[in-house]
Structure formats: C-alpha cells, structure tokens
Design a protein around this ligand. Structure first.
Ligand SMILES: C[S@@+](CC[C@H](N)C(=O)[O-])C[C@H]1O[C@@H](n2cnc3c(N)ncnc32)[C@H](O)[C@@H]1O
Length: 388
C-alpha cells in the first residue's frame, strides 16, 4: 500500500490516481494525501503527485510526543544495525506540528542511532514537510541509505511511510524551459498538467497505444505521452506550431537518447482526418485569447461563442473516427470573473448529444476539475469523456 502526497490542487491528483488505479483502490486519508492499493507506484508518471511512499506502519497516539516516540523506536529498530552512513529527511503532513518538533524527532533518532554506532545525517526542516526540491536534490527515497520518513495525520491513525521518491523537478524544468521552441501566445501547458491529462484517459499500459493531440501547439502533451511509452500523433491548424512540435520532439529524442515514434501534420481539428488506430485523445484545445482582466460581458459572449463553436465542431469531427469506448481528455476554457465565478462552455451541458459521456469519478466532483492560478482569468476545465 502506498501513500501519495498530492500537489497544489489535490483533487486533480486524486482524479489522476483514480483513473489509473480505479476508484476503489484509492482512499482519501487527509486533505493533502491519499492511499493507493497497488504493487508498484512510479511517482514520475503522475503530474499531480509530488511524492509517494510505502506505508510501513499505522500508529495510534494521543499526542505528537507519543507518536514521535513510537516513530523513533520504529526506525531505531530498523537501522540500529545499519552498515554505513544514512541520510534521513522527515516530512509531516496534515498534523498540527511545527518544523522544530519535526526536527526534534530527527535529532532524538540521530542521537539514539549514534549510541548504536550508526551515523545519521538529518536533512534540516524549515517547514514540517520538506519541499519536493529538497527531497529530490537529496535523492531521498532512491537508495536504502537515503530515506524520507513520511508521517501523515488527518485520521484516527497516523500513517508512517518510507518515501519511494519525489518528482524530478529538474527534469520537469528542463522539459518545460529547455525545449528549443516555445510560444507564450499559445500558452505554456506545464508538463505536469500534460501528465495529469494523459493519465485521465485511464490507460495504464501504454505499449503499442497511440495518443492523439489535435491542438498540439508546441507539443507538450505529445512529449509527455512519448515519455510514457505512447506512439504520439499531433495535428494543429498552424504550420508554425507543427514545425515547433517537430523540433521539440526531435530535441526530446536527443535529450533522452531514444528514437520516439511520432507524427505531426497541419490540419484543422474541425475537418482533420486522423489515422485509423487512435487509443486515446488528450488535448488542450483552443482557449481563445488570453485576458489579463475579466473581459466585458459583450467580449466574453463573443469569445465563449467562438470557442464553443470550434470545440463542438472538433468533437463532431472526431466522433466517427474513433471507436466506442475511446477515452478523451480535453482542456477547454472557463472564464473567471472578479468574484471568482466561472463561465463554462455551453457544450458541456449537451455533451451527450455530441456522442460523449462524462466519466463519473468516485472521489472528485466535476467542479474540482479546473486548473488555474489565482491571477488567471482563463482557467482550463478538464473534461474527461468516453466516446459513446
Ligand atoms: C492552447 S494551444 C495548445 C498549446 C499546447 N498544449 C502546447 O503545449 O503548446 C491551442 C492550439 O490550438 C491551435 N488551433 C486553434 N484552432 C485550431 C483548429 N481549428 N484546429 C487545430 N488547431 C487549432 C492553435 O494553433 C494552438 O496551437
């Protein structure tokens, strides 16, 4: 059993996990965490899961002092005969403790182990939980002598786990910023969100599967799909974007020393002809123009109408070209006004008439499927659909 630490928008991580492992295998343990019943968990595949760990114990304690004594004993028993030096980081989630109290647990463990002749380096805590960058840079969870203890509250029992690794934030930054072709106008889809969208198609075994992105832009979704093992197919209205995707995916192959299987061509998504075998669609569709402040009602109406028209025509064109049951995850625009309320695309209400049904999540409501930063007017609404 694994514990997963969820990202900035926990619901998106839960949705992603639910699609890959099934709703019954997921339990929400606290606001920031969920457990996953699985034999194997690769944290690098999940954009919404910064860290994960194997659960080693669930303890009951009436206060932090008691809990920390039990945790010290647990790891002392485990490591008192450890051969060599051990680096330990400690992260606490959803428990009311200070960084100092967490650090104190580490110091006591270090002192006890020292008496047993075992040398331990403690990663300093400035917060109760180490941030992903610290965990990643210290390589915690990646070898037996570099460990991160994850302690999770929020329930009647405290979960104690050993991390199996944190997201590789250096690799994400490279895949985002080092690509040769970037374009601020089409927007920058973060690679983590691209991973979330691909996982939301619910395909676990990606071998010999083809993923289509009909609004591929600079190719972020195709890039992440290739790294997950898909064959990638991309189209975009703009010749310039098609050449950008080409350059970016060629660069990816050089970076990862792999010969990836992909194809890109210039086509309008409302009339395009795609290849016969498409197993999944993940796409950030046309989002309309960017806004730095909420638009006037007349302007909003115009933009909503335009986006709704393009995306409806795209879904109509796609429908006869894919098999019933094919999963489709698209990001569509939703506009936030100054009160924080959203205007949604009208097509969402009539999606069944277009031949698609929304996936019903066990743990996440459809209002949670919005990705945005506080200052953004145009949010991305994630629609998780199945072709009827
Ligand atoms: C929001 S961007 C996608 C950005 C992309 N996810 C990336 O990683 O760069 C939308 C893209 O849709 C393309 N587009 C707009 N209308 C289109 C249409 N009718 N058919 C195909 N592509 C279209 C634009 O050229 C743009 O590249």
């Amino acid at each position: 059993m694994y514990i997963t630490i969820l990202g900035r928008q926990p619901e998106l991580g839960i949705a992603e996990l639910e699609r890959i492992f099934g709703g019954k295998s997921i339990s929400i343990t606290s606001p920031q965490t969920a457990t996953v019943e699985a034999d194997f968990f690769d944290v690098q595949r999940f954009g919404g899961v910064p860290k994960a760990g194997k659960i080693v114990e669930e303890i009951t304690a009436s206060n932090w002092r008691q809990a920390s004594q039990k945790i010290v004993q647990l790891f002392y028993d485990k490591w008192s005969k450890f051969d060599g030096k051990i680096t330990v980081g400690i992260s606490v989630y959803d428990l009311d403790v200070s960084a100092r109290e967490v650090q104190q647990l580490g110091i006591i463990l270090k002192q006890k182990l020292k008496k047993a002749g075992v040398s331990m380096r403690l990663v300093p805590n400035t917060e109760p939980a180490l941030n992903t960058a610290v965990s990643h840079h210290n390589k915690l969870g990646l070898s037996p002598n570099k460990v991160e203890i994850l302690i999770v509250g929020g329930n009647s029992k405290i979960i104690v786990a050993e991390s199996t690794g944190a997201q590789n934030i250096t690799a994400y930054a490279n895949r985002d910023q080092k690509r040769p072709r970037r374009d601020a106008f089409v927007g920058m889809l973060p690679p983590k969100l691209a991973q979330i969208m691909i996982n939301l198609t619910g395909i676990n075994d990606t071998q010999n599967k083809t993923l289509l992105d009909p609004f591929c832009g600079t190719g972020t979704i195709l890039q992440e799909a290739l790294l997950m093992g898909y064959t990638a197919y991309g189209t975009d209205l703009s010749e310039k974007m098609v050449s950008y995707t080409h350059d970016n995916l060629n660069w990816l192959g050089e970076e990862y020393h792999k010969s990836f299987n992909f194809k890109v061509s210039a086509q309008d998504a409302t009339t395009a002809k795609w290849p016969a075998q498409i197993d999944a669609i993940a796409s950030e569709t046309y989002l309309g123009q960017p806004f730095s402040a909420p638009p006037s009602p007349a302007k909003l109406e115009e933009v909503v109408k335009n986006c709704n028209h393009i995306i409806t025509d795209f879904l109509r064109n796609l429908h006869p070209q894919i098999q019933p049951g094919t999963p489709v995850c698209i990001a569509v625009p939703a506009w936030r006004d100054s009160r924080g309320d959203f205007t949604h695309l009208p097509l969402i209400e009539t999606i069944a008439q277009l031949g698609y049904k929304p996936y019903e999540f066990h743990h996440v409501s459809k209002n949670d499927m919005l990705y945005y930063r506080e200052n953004q007017v145009v949010a991305r609404e994630l629609l998780v659909l199945t072709r009827i």
